[in-house]
Design a protein around this ligand. Structure first.
Ligand code: ADP
Ligand code: MG
Length: 353
């Protein structure tokens, strides 16, 4: 055997580590917009406007009327793992904010050109900030603006050739995914007005989504999914344990107008849109027993004590661990079986006919 030169183990350069990790946080168009919308919600915004140019390829901008960012924080705003939302590890058990990892703005800065305009109620003028790819503040100037924050992201993924190519090849699909994601936030964030627009080439701005922000979940479903869809849903409220419950709307048993399995199934835990494959599977299975020809739409909002679940599983926080998941799923199964009990099938099917 020939002698191999010995390899030394060395730390990876910090800048390279940052770019590797940033690519896991901001994986596509929707993850970038999701992080910015969540920041606006965490800043108590009541209006959030999302403007895309060329489906986000040229630029995306999120404008809010939230608390704004204090000038004390400008220098550290886009530095990795800098957050105003988490102080100690134990805070993870009682988190009510969407963000806490302090890596969204730094990751976006690594993947795109990032600029931020902001003003708090304590300042008479706003500031315009730009950042380099390491998240370092490179320019700061004064501007006139209302209280709130505007984050502008240009040339997303331009410095990652493979992802940039993927993005332009799948623009429509990425855009569809984004609209569905924004629908989820617009459904659940009561009291927040959402507007999303897209401008392509020289065409006029098209409005993708618009909610009033003063309604209940029912009003939001009507605005976002339409009155026809709403009329095929029934409200449900199921107690899952002493401290956990789920409320929302499900397709009536004879009126499953989901276009495919999983179409328009939205799940929320304490107001956070999340993926719940086991809940979706359970629902589809029970619904199939009542109606084998159609698919159920679902808007289900779980209320659980913060100590019962962990959202710090993946960087996008869409996956959650719930302790005692087995008994919660069992209680849900029993609740859903009652919703879709044979008498209900008879009632709904007859009602359709
Ligand atoms: P995280 O949300 O996990 O704290 P981010 O990188 O998303 O991390 O944001 C870093 C910090 O920047 C936040 O903790 C917050 O203080 C501030 N921030 C970001 N966006 C906004 C916004 N739209 N309004 C007010 N503050 C913001
Ligand atoms: Mg954040």
């Amino acid at each position: 055997m020939s002698v191999q030169p010995e390899k030394t183990i060395k730390p990876i350069d910090k800048g390279i580590v940052h770019r590797i990790c940033a690519g896991q946080v901001i994986t596509d168009l929707s993850s970038a917009v999701k992080e910015l919308v969540e920041n606006s919600l965490d800043a108590a915004a009541t209006t959030i406007e999302i403007n895309l140019k060329d489906y986000g390829q040229q630029s995306l901008q999120v404008i809010d009327n939230g608390n704004g960012i204090s000038s004390l924080n400008f220098k550290v705003l886009a530095l990795k793992h800098h957050t105003s939302k988490l102080e100690g590890f134990h805070d993870l058990q009682s988190l009510t904010t969407y963000g806490f990892r302090g890596e969204a703005l730094s990751s976006i800065a690594a993947m795109a050109n990032l600029s931020v305009e902001t003003r708090t109620v304590n300042e008479s003028v706003g500031s315009n900030l730009t950042f380099d790819h390491s998240g370092v503040l490179i320019s700061e100037s004064k501007i006139a603006r209302k209280v709130g924050t505007t984050v502008t992201v240009k040339n997303l993924f331009a410095n990652l050739p493979v992802r940039s190519k993927e993005f332009s090849r799948n623009v429509r699909r990425e855009y569809g995914k984004l609209v569905s994601l924004l629908n989820a936030y617009a459904l659940i964030a009561n009291g927040v007005r959402f507007v999303c627009t897209n401008t392509t080439g020289k065409n006029a701005r098209s409005v993708v989504l618009k909610t009033q922000g003063n309604g209940s979940l029912k009003d939001n479903i009507i605005t976002v999914l339409g009155i026809n869809t709403f009329s095929c849903l029934e409200s449900v409220s199921i107690s899952l344990s002493d401290s956990c419950k789920v409320d929302g709307f499900l397709s009536k048993s004879g009126q499953g107008n989901g276009r495919s399995l999983g179409d328009r199934q939205y799940f929320f835990v304490n107001g956070r849109p999340v993926d719940m494959p086991k809940v979706s599977k359970l629902l589809n299975e029970i619904y199939k027993g009542a109606n084998s020809k159609q698919y159920p739409i679902a808007i289900l909002s779980f209320t659980v004590p913060t100590r019962v679940y962990d959202v710090n599983v993946t960087p996008d926080k869409r996956k959650i661990f719930i302790s005692d998941e087995i008994s919660i799923l069992q209680a849900l199964r029993e609740g859903l079986q009652k919703v879709y009990s044979p008498s209900d099938v008879f009632y709904s099917v007859n009602k359709v006919e």
